[in-house]
Design a protein around this ligand. Structure first.
Ligand SMILES: [Ca+2]
Ligand SMILES: [Ca+2]
Length: 89
């Protein structure tokens, strides 16, 4: 069971191109979380890499192939910090 302690947006995308949809969960002002679909109804949390190490978290996210290279890219709006409104891709 997945428990989360902040609001955010779940979004599905196949980040590793294995044919199984993976789950990215933005979390406001907390580290975002990425779960790799094992293909057998089980998910494993990915805890390393840029997608999950943004300390400010994010409020919304979407997968798309922004640069047309055939791989999904993820954009999310980072949680507000005083004087900034960054968007990560
Ligand atoms: Ca996948
Ligand atoms: Ca791409």
């Amino acid at each position: 069971m997945l428990t989360l302690d902040s609001w955010g947006v779940p979004t599905w995308g196949d980040y590793d191109n294995d044919g199984n949809l993976d789950l990215f969960r933005s979390q406001d002002k907390r580290r975002c979380r990425l779960f790799r679909n094992q293909g057998d109804r089980n998910f494993v949390e990915i805890t390393t890499g840029t997608l999950v190490n943004e300390p400010t978290g994010g409020t919304c996210a979407a997968w798309a192939d922004h640069d047309n290279d055939g791989d999904l890219d993820l954009s999310w709006h980072a949680s507000a910090r005083p004087g900034t409104a960054p968007t990560r891709t």
